[in-house]
Structures are given as C-alpha cells and as structure tokens.
Design a protein around this ligand. Structure first.
Ligand code: HEC
Length: 237
C-alpha cells in the first residue's frame, strides 16, 4: 500500500474516532444524553484499527534522551558519501548552502550579535532534534527515503561539518549518540514562568471590559522606528 493511501485509511479511522468520542454521531432526536452516549459507543462499521506497522510509520520521533532512536549505525566517512550525493546540491559541500538553500553548518558565536546565524552548530538544542528532523524531512523532496544506517551516517557527517564530531571514523549509533552535545543546549530552558512569575499574577484576572473608558493610542510603531520613513532608516546594503 502506498504511503498516501495508508494515510487515507488511517485518517478515516481517526476521524471516526474523533467524531465518536465527541458524541457527534447522530443520535435519535428524542434520545436522552445517556442513550446518546450509548449510541456513540456502538461500532460504526467504518474504518478499522490501525495496524502496528502503520502506527510505526508515524511513530518516528527521537527524544533528547535517545528514546525512539532506530536500530542502526553509520560513520562520518560513510555519511560524507551520502551527503555529497543527496544533500550537498542544496546545502553546499561544507554545509555553507548552495545558492539560497538553508545552511546546515556555521554561525558559531553569532547568536548574540547584530546578525545571528542560526545553524545546527550555532543554534539547535539537541542531537535528537537534528536526527529527528533529517529522519522525517530530508532529503527535501524525497523525505523518509534514507535507511536507518544512512540516517546515522549522514547525521554524523552534519555534526562533523559543525565541528561537533572531529574524528571521521566516529561511528554514530544508539549508544554513541548519548555522547553528542550541541554547543547551544544550555541556552534552551524549560518554561518556568508558572513558578518564577507566579507572585506577579493576579488572583482573579479580569477577563472582560478590563479597560475603563475609551482606548487611547499611546505610541506608534513609526515613533520607535519599526517602520522608518523612506531615507531615514538604517542603511541596508
Ligand atoms: C532539494 C534541496 C535539498 C536537499 C537535497 C536536502 N535538503 Fe535539507 N533542507 C532543504 C530545505 C528547503 C530546508 C528547509 C526546510 C524548511 O524549513 O521547511 C532544509 C533544511 C535542512 C536542515 C535544517 C536546517 C536549519 O537549520 O533549519 C537540515 C539539518 C537538513 N536540511 C539536512 C539535510 C540532509 C542531511 C540532506 C541529505 C540527506 C538534505 N538536507 C537534503 C533543502 C534540501
């Protein structure tokens, strides 16, 4: 079965589930709430249960602690060959981008500057983010065509291009994966505002008509130079 027809079958099933659980399947007009629920619980005779292999096709996320990593392995050296064949045409031989495709390397130390350059090496948080992304989305236009071994190898090569792995004989696998730390990881934090800002919250926040009187304009984007007048903005090269 092709991926798209699998998707269709699966989503029909999911839709049936959603409607059924929302109680949106037609119940007899005079039905009480209770027997409407009983109606909704009846099998509808459409769709079918998703097969384990169909679920596996969707369940491809990889988490920072390595959960979800597929079996497989690949070295930087093996990844180089795959990268040159399947990635370099867009991302450049060194990850510097060919034309206007996104870069996949570079930008180290630029995040706090006027012109931050975000790449796998300079910005991305976890090794898993990179591997998960490549696994589900690349090569662009032919997504999910890489074997697991190719995925490990080419991900290792992307880390190599970013100086995160130095040794071209390094083998990336589920075990060595845990040794890969991206430089910007420490700048990603959990949202802790429910603790750190809790003292600033009102006990009963106003939810309607909160502003007494008519609204007043107190500032304009132009005044703070968001939209400079022609010729007055900063010079653009
Ligand atoms: C046809 C051009 C093309 C090819 C070939 C290609 N990519 Fe991409 N790649 C893209 C585009 C376009 C994006 C951005 C997609 C988006 O933002 O939705 C991207 C994004 C990425 C990113 C994220 C970059 C970032 O910082 O946002 C990585 C990593 C990546 N590609 C790796 C690969 C790898 C590895 C291969 C080879 C297996 C590959 N790509 C092949 C076009 C391509």
């Amino acid at each position: 079965m092709s991926k798209s027809s699998r998707l269709a079958v699966l989503s029909a099933g999911v839709l049936a589930l959603v409607f059924a659980s929302a109680g949106m399947i037609a119940a007899a007009p005079k039905a009480t709430k209770q027997n409407a629920h009983a109606e909704a619980a009846k099998p509808l005779g459409i769709g079918r249960e998703a097969k384990p292999e169909e679920i596996a096709g969707w369940d491809i996320d990889i988490r920072p602690d390595g959960q979800g990593l597929p079996p497989g392995k690949g070295t930087v050296k093996q990844g180089e060959a795959i990268y040159m064949q399947q990635c370099a045409a867009c991302h450049g031989e060194f990850g510097e981008s060919a034309g206007r495709w996104p870069i996949v390397a570079g930008g180290a130390g630029t995040l706090a500057t006027h012109d931050p350059v975000k790449s796998v090496g300079s910005y991305w948080p976890y090794a898993s983010t990179v591997m998960d992304y490549i696994r589900r989305a690349m090569p662009f236009g032919n997504a999910q065509s890489l074997t697991n071994d190719e995925l490990y190898a080419v991900t290792a090569y992307v880390f190599y291009l970013n100086d995160i792995i130095q040794d071209e004989h390094f083998e990336l696998n589920a075990n060595s994966f845990k040794s890969i730390k991206l430089p910007n990881e420490r700048n990603f934090r959990d949202d802790d505002r429910d603790v750190t800002e809790k003292s600033l919250w009102r006990k009963s926040p106003c939810m309607n008509n909160c502003l007494p009187g008519a609204a007043r304009i107190t500032g304009r984007a132009r005044a703070i130079d968001v939209t400079p007048e022609p010729g007055k903005g900063p010079k653009v090269e």
